[in-house]
Design a binder for this molecule. Structure first.
Ligand code: SAH
Length: 344
């Protein structure tokens, strides 16, 4: 196993079988070694800085019907969307707290046409010229991605969810396709976005093999960001009775992604913090270097329920930034509010 780990560190690529061996290895000594190699790789590029991004969940409407997601069209969730001015004031609040990255995330809401998105991004860009703008609103046309980029967006998060096409079909209705999702990611990269892919860990029907496929896909795409969190069931979805994804496996995947690209911007996600009380710190210890505190207005935040028991008012909440900073420092990290671009 150590030989494989060195091969990964030296070459930055492995075969599907090799990935699967590393992913499935549960030996505790090996896990420790993996974690410490990943943490050192991160430290060599970014030091002990943890980049903080203000997350604004601006719409919970979604035209899709993904089987795992609490915002799916068929769920009975109460919906909301923030107004143009509401989004700008959330950015302003984030800016005053010191954040220099705003992440605008939401369901695939047809109300937010290309015109509305472009005008929103333009206004954010001119009000906060030195802040990075990250968008995460799912699959759109190339034209739409281009217009948002021209309006001033810098980064785009679009998890591929799984790179195994038969598993993709287990997670999504036939109207959605892995090919389209992958194509969107390639377009985003080509347009010059810092692009984020990523996957859930332990989604129903997944296996070490599907995760090996994810690693092969990441190895090929070379995204600047990778979002990884455990699957957590939501009571109003077809997967309500499925087991939660493993925290330990999520941590191993974080470490492997860090070693695949030591420069990657890798969030320790809210899902990880929901699945395990110390999950976000454990994620950093495994090689992650980004945390996305939530700055969505509280009324709306409560309604943005993609999985059950999602944390909304602990250390992950932007109001508690002071606690988060202290917590990070207590674990030897430095809270970094700067833009925190990908260093190539
Ligand atoms: N609509 C946007 C944003 C999606 S929400 C898009 O399509 O990209 C962000 C992420 O939450 C999703 O990409 C998915 O990986 C994750 N997610 C959704 N439901 C989840 C669940 N039940 N458990 C864990 N993560 C989930």
């Amino acid at each position: 196993m150590r030989t494989l780990l060195w091969k990964l560190i030296e070459n930055g690529s492995l075969s599907a079988d090799e990935w699967e061996s590393l992913i499935s290895c549960e030996d505790p000594d090996f896990s420790e070694e993996l974690k410490s190699q990943a943490a050192s790789a991160r430290d060599r590029v970014y030091g002990r800085k943890v980049f903080l991004r203000a997350l604004i969940e601006f719409t919970s409407y979604c035209r899709n019907d993904s089987y795992y997601c609490g915002l799916r069209r068929s769920s009975s969730a109460e919906r909301y969307r923030l107004s143009h001015d509401g989004i700008l004031s959330a950015c302003s609040l984030a800016y005053d707290l010191g954040f220099r990255t705003f992440v605008l995330q939401g369901g695939e809401d047809p109300y937010f046409t290309d015109e509305r998105m472009a005008s929103l991004i333009c206004d954010i860009r001119s009000s906060f010229p030195e802040a990075a703008i990250t968008i995460s609103i799912g699959e759109r046309s190339e034209e739409s991605y281009r217009r948002m980029k021209e309006a001033g967006a810098d980064r785009y998060l679009l998890r591929h969810e799984t790179a195994d096409s038969s598993h993709y079909k287990v997670l999504h209705p036939a109207s959605m396709s892995l090919e389209n999702r992958k194509n969107c990611l390639r377009v985003l990269k080509r347009l010059g976005y810092q692009t984020g892919a990523g996957m859930m860990i332990g989604s129903p029907g997944s296996s070490y093999r599907t995760l090996a496929e994810d690693m092969l896909f990441l190895q090929d795409l070379r995204p600047q960001m990778v979002g990884i969190g455990p699957f957590i069931p939501h009571h109003d979805t077809p997967f309500r009775n499925e087991p939660q994804g493993s925290v330990d496996l999520t941590l191993r995947m974080l470490s492997l992604v860090r070693l695949l690209d030591p420069h990657v911007l890798l969030p320790s996600t809210t899902a990880l913090g929901t699945a395990d009380e110390n999950g976000q710190i454990r994620g950093l210890d495994a090689g992650a270097n980004v945390i996305m505190p939530n700055i969505t207005p509280m009324d709306a935040r409560r309604k943005y329920s993609i999985y059950d028991n999602k944390k909304i008012s602990g250390d992950e909440a932007a109001e508690n930034l002071g606690y988060l900073k202290a917590e990070l420092e207590a674990h030897g990290y430095i809270a970094a509010l700067e833009r925190g671009d990908y260093l190539s």
